[in-house]
Design a protein around this ligand. Structure first.
Ligand SMILES: Nc1nc2c(ncn2[C@@H]2O[C@H](COP(=O)(O)OP(=O)(O)OP(=O)(O)O)[C@@H](O)[C@H]2O)c(=O)[nH]1
Length: 344
């Protein structure tokens, strides 16, 4: 059943929107059923054309709401339609039936449902406008209502409870949304931290492996390794070595295309996932990478070079492809470094 709803709503059960859409769906279903019953009631049991028309129009709009929820997948539009149906319908009930206490009781739905469905800002505006309408109507006609007149004290009670419901709904919903926003932001930051390399601020190995394992189709990937980096550390110290890695990350970022992804694989090894599929073009890129790194001033008074191993990657043969890339890198090192090699 839940799987079916997931399909209808176009969202997964774990997504917070799923509950909202579920509520909309149940509310539309419940309200439509009541309208069907009252159409039957006003047609067969107690023929009353005004309510018959009002209920038929409302039912029509419920169907439109359902269409926006399930077919167009636009829950906000469906929510607005639902809210308008409830508000307008209770107002019509009051207009048509006069001093019917159940109509006024239904009016209490507006601040609660409005804030929940439309958000605390739009919902509050709608509730206030709605309150002004009801208040005006009660105030101007309450002394002529039949069979009982509506007393000013009752209007005060009504206004008090309506305001209270609006205030409680407003603060409840605004705090709920704020808490949710903060949670989303924290999750985003955690996700960012979990996928970012602390030193270079590039994507880390976890992120790159996820990308590779979830990639569709094949991509060229390259492993880049700093040549003789141990000597850099030994000669200039570990801190200076770190600075070289940070600078190298910048150089790599500047030399890849927008759709390529570069990350730090670990130590002095970096990996690039290329969007480019043409091998000849890729070779040009690799040459350019070797050239750019070798001609960058790393602030240590000597050049830094890299060796690159390129291989084709298929998600279903991940380990083999990484091994092939490592072998290509090894070949580039064996060929004298500061060059690239392509896995056969
Ligand atoms: N400064 C610094 N050094 C690191 C970091 N990670 C790994 N290293 C150093 O990188 C060096 C890698 O040395 P090797 O694996 O022997 O390779 P290499 O000296 O670059 O030699 P080739 O790969 O054959 O060119 C080691 O000295 C590591 O300590 C780091 O985050 N910062």
């Amino acid at each position: 059943m839940v799987s079916l709803l997931e399909k209808w709503f176009g969202t997964q059960r774990t997504h917070p929107d799923f509950r909202f859409r579920g509520f909309l769906f149940s509310a539309l279903l419940f309200i439509s059923s009541s309208f069907v019953f009252f159409i039957y009631y006003n047609l067969v049991i107690d023929y009353f054309p005004p309510m018959l028309i009002a209920n038929s129009v409302s039912l029509f709009f419920c169907i439109i709401g359902g269409y926006y929820l399930l077919i167009k997948k636009r829950p906000k539009v469906a929510a607005t339609i639902l809210q308008l149906i409830v508000s307008i319908d209770t107002f019509i009930l009051i207009l048509i039936d006069g001093n019917e206490e159940f109509a006024l009781v239904f009016a209490f739905l507006t601040p609660v449902m409005g804030v929940f469905l439309l958000g605390y800002r739009n919902g509050s505006i709608l509730s206030l406008v709605y309150f002004a309408g009801i208040f005006y109507f009660c105030f101007t006609q309450m002394d002529t209502w039949q069979p009982e007149i509506f007393l000013p004290i009752s209007l005060i009670h009504f206004s008090f409870i309506y305001s209270l419901l609006l205030i409680v709904s407003f603060f409840y919903d605004s705090s709920r949304r704020k808490a949710y926003q903060m949670m989303e932001e924290t999750n985003r930051q955690l996700q960012e931290l979990a996928t970012t390399d602390v030193l270079t601020k590039l994507r880390n190995r976890r992120y790159m492996e996820d990308q590779l394992l979830n990639a569709i189709g094949n991509h060229y990937i390259a492993m880049l390794d700093v040549d003789d980096f141990k000597k850099v550390n030994d000669q200039f110290g570990h801190d200076q070595g770190d600075k070289v890695l940070i600078k190298l990350a910048e150089v790599l970022m500047h030399n890849i295309d927008l759709l390529d992804t570069v990350g730090r694989w670990g130590g002095e090894e970096f990996i690039i996932i290329f969007a480019e599929q043409n091998l000849a073009q890729l070779e040009e890129k690799l040459k350019q990478l070797n050239y750019s790194v070798a001609h960058t001033d790393f602030g240590i008074g000597r050049p830094i070079t890299i060796s690159i191993g390129l291989a084709n990657h298929y998600a279903n043969r991940h380990r083999d492809c990484i091994r092939a890339m490592d072998q290509a890198l090894y070949d580039a090192k064996a060929n004298g470094k500061n060059t690239y090699s392509i896995a056969s």
